[in-house]
Design a protein. Sequence first.
Length: 424
Amino acid sequence: MSNADKKTMLYVCSDRGIPFGGTKGASIHVREFLEAIIKHDFSPTVAVARRDGKSDYQPDYPVHMLPNHPDLSFLDDSHDSDRQELKEAKDYYRNEDVQKFLEVLYRETKFGLVYERYSLFGTAGCLFAQSRSLPFVLEVNAPLLLEASNYRQLSQMPLARSVEKYLFSNADHILAVSDRLRDYIVDVVPTARVTVVPYGVSIDNYATETDTTHWRQRLAPNSPNDFIIGFCGSVKPWHGVDLLLEAMGGLVEQDKDCTLCIVGSGDKEYEAQLYRLCRQLGLSEQVNFTGALSFEDVPHALKSMDVLVAPYPNLTNFYFSPLKLFEYMAAGKPIIASGIGQITSLLTHEKNALLVTPGDSSALVEAVRRLRSDESLRSELSRNALEEVHSKHSWHKRLEPVVELFDRLQQQKKTGKVKHADTL
């Protein structure tokens, strides 16, 4: 079989904020998606902006580094707004070099489909796919334009908006991770072909035995026999860790035998705020910030805790597909989560989780107390969540309709019958 006949695909991620092989949620998603697509008989060629320098992950598929940004050290003395504007312009004009690089890869491997994770100014994957008449699938994980303008800096708003509209208009198909995100895409381009594909979890990663004694000592070194409340994920303002700390402050007023373990890292300014809050609440001895754990260690850590929490605040635009929820379910531990957005369609209150009012720290306190005192409820919620994640939310099952879409798109491109695939 020639390369042209194989189920080959090019996977592009040009976002420098997503290091390949890293520990943040986006990096985990990239890794697990690719590992799952291989099990569906696809052979990926991967092109990413950068690799995690601390990771020793060496996959079986080729991973290429996209052309580096030009040296901008001369901007160090520039005004902040000027520097930000030039960085964004650099991201956009880098597309020409990236497209040329993808042409080089194509001469080595005649992949039959281009799949790109949406980045704020990245058009190279789409332009390359058009030049070679290849199907182009765009994965959209967030409304990046809104996210950047609300939480970071965005100087080139008109350019970012134009790129977004161009990609949503020209993708043969778009995969969005939530219903709210699909609605956002269709608001931008009403004719966009969009299918909602939430995140999943690699069940096999949670099947290995865990030395819980060792891990509890590591997670709660001062009191490994405490009731351990856990959070795992990127430590960013929209994940509500500050609410969890406030809840912990209320909890320990009546129950000192509890430890809160926060697994992850993220926004440095927000992390500093959390440390200050921890000291103000007198929780320094009862809260353990572990930092990010390796991909291999996360399942063991989650399986060694007593309850797992996703304490999202009351966000106006909750467009997430929370990766942590699927990991929590696979760990077989009781879950407390804010009843917001996609969470309400994934979890059912008092069946496989306890859902609380978003942004309400007192509701978190009461939910933890309830589970702390009711072992049978903890067991029931854990069992139901584990059964559901196995039956519905494994990556293998999640990608079955996606693979059918890929096959259909490639066939339609070969016949030249239609530009877009039907919805799944």
